[in-house]
Design a protein around this ligand. Structure first.
Ligand code: NAD
Length: 438
């Protein structure tokens, strides 16, 4: 591929040198003459292990050169990788000034270029930036239509400074967000030498995925530090704890618990988070992250209540009452709190949960139901058909398998609010469907 790389900072210089070493013909572009001069002299404009040696080699071989001339770079290549900075302003908002300017320059060069050119956003940008800034700026300055004269893809970078060259060739994955296959193919062709799963998605998902990743990494670090601070005060070896913690690839380091949905509940998570927080308070250790968890969980519950109230309908059917499918345990079930809130607001309720209905007849939970929540148990109904018949709004509260079928039986005049993302064949869903956070 003939590639131009705009922005010779950390990401751009590493990408330009690594792509050239993989056999591509690369032109690096920067507004900073010192960086252009450094690259052309085979010197690295940034400190990064192994980069200077690589630059010396690929510049010496004639596979990479740098320039400040946008026209030359755009006309001499088929694809431009945009790696300019996207800093945040004092108020935290994303500053896309450099991105907009580089798009103006690339667009102006495209005006005079024949043939299709793909602009690939490698900089980190918030969802909507490519559609709201990159594409309109390129269209306005080139006079061409997106998808006709030029294409756009989003290809976030996952490298870490200090191990950037190794990360370039061994990223966790290569992510390509695009709307047209004509834009995806050349972007993927850049990474033929890279050993990593290739994931294709939409532009907006690719933009957001980078932020979800970095927010997750930040949460992991802060979590480990909070556990460490508490461990130290409790005379427990935090590294031994976390070494063992990391051996659990089933629940701890896995996709489990990482699907957007409803609030957590049950007999363990709320009480154990609370007890940990209390102990930390007793020994004067601040746990701002762990301490924010129960508040955030309550907000998710409130979010579901608000969504139901906003429908303007008064007859609500709850599919599922226990905190998850396959159990009759109602302790700290967020569905119980949801039901109480709706009753308090005067809604008429119909609740169906096969396990809870069974528990009402026999079992250890019979007593709990009769003594703790008699005001709710009288709203339990015996069949899904009865609930569907009586309700205007149907709320899916846990993932019991029979609820998928129940949702497809709902009428067109009903509203389904899904709190768990139940598997559904949408071609069969007649009701108006809304997911709590998707
Ligand atoms: N640094 C990292 O480890 C890293 C990792 C992943 C993603 N990112 C993202 O990649 C992007 C770039 O980050 P960075 O750390 O490489 O930035 P940087 O500030 O080191 O480099 C940006 C470069 O762009 C140049 N530039 C600005 N306007 C230009 C223009 N109109 N034409 C040509 N060049 C221009 C600047 O002179 C500078 O050399 C950011 O969005 C960042 O969030 C960074």
């Amino acid at each position: 591929m003939r590639v131009s790389v705009f922005g010779l900072g950390y990401v751009g210089t590493v990408s330009a040198a690594a792509l050239a070493s993989d056999g591509h013909e690369v032109v690096g572009v920067d507004v900073n003459a010192d960086k252009v001069g450094a690259v052309n002299g085979g010197r690295s404009p940034i400190v990064e292990p192994g980069l200077e040696e690589l630059l010396t080699r690929v510049v010496g071989d004639g596979r990479l050169h740098a320039t400040s001339g946008t026209d030359e770079a755009v006309h001499g290549t088929d694809l431009s990788l945009v790696c300019v900075g996207t800093p945040c302003r004092r108020n935290g908002s994303l500053d896309v000034t450099y991105l907009a300017r580089v798009c103006e320059q690339i667009g102006a060069a495209l005006k005079r270029k024949r043939g299709y050119h793909v602009v690939v956003v490698r900089s980190t940008v918030l969802p909507g930036t490519t559609h709201g800034c990159v594409i309109p700026t390129l269209e306005a300055t080139s006079g061409k239509r997106y998808g006709d004269g030029f294409g756009v893809a989003v290809n976030p970078e996952f490298l870490r400074e200090g191990t950037a060259l190794k990360d370039f060739h061994e990223p966790p994955l290569t992510l390509v967000g695009h709307n047209h296959a004509a834009d995806a193919a050349p972007t993927k062709a850049l990474y033929q030498q890279v050993e990593a799963p290739l994931v294709s998605t939409s532009i907006r998902v690719a933009e957001m995925m980078k932020y979800a990743s970095n927010a997750w990494h930040a949460v992991k670090i802060v979590f480990a530090n909070e556990i460490g601070n508490l461990c130290k005060r409790l005379d427990v070896d935090s590294h031994e704890v976390m070494d063992i913690f990391c051996q659990d690839a089933k629940l701890n380091l896995s996709a489990y618990y990482l699907r957007p949905g409803f609030a957590f509940g049950g007999s363990c998570l709320p009480k154990d988070v609370r007890a940990l927080q209390y102990r930390a308070k007793e020994v004067d250790v601040d746990l701002p992250l762990i301490g924010s968890v129960l508040g955030s969980n309550r907000l998710q519950l409130q979010h579901a209540i608000d969504r139901i109230v906003e429908t303007g309908r008064r007859r609500v059917g709850l599919l599922g009452f226990s905190f998850k499918a396959g159990t009759d345990d109602l302790r700290e079930s967020p569905m119980v709190i949801l039901a109480e809130a709706l009753l308090g607001k005067g809604f008429s309720l119909c609740i169906y949960d096969r396990n809870v209905s069974l528990a009402r007849l026999v079992g250890a939970n019979k007593e709990y139901i009769e003594e703790q929540i008699p005001h709710l148990s009288r709203h339990l109904c015996e069949s899904l058909d009865e609930l569907i018949e009586r309700s205007e709004v149907i709320v899916v509260g846990n993932g019991a398998p029979e609820f998928s079928d129940a949702v497809t039986r709902c009428r067109a005049d009903q509203i389904v609010i899904d709190l768990v993302r139940i598997p559904l064949d949408f071609s069969k869903v007649r009701a108006q469907y809304d997911g709590i956070c998707w």
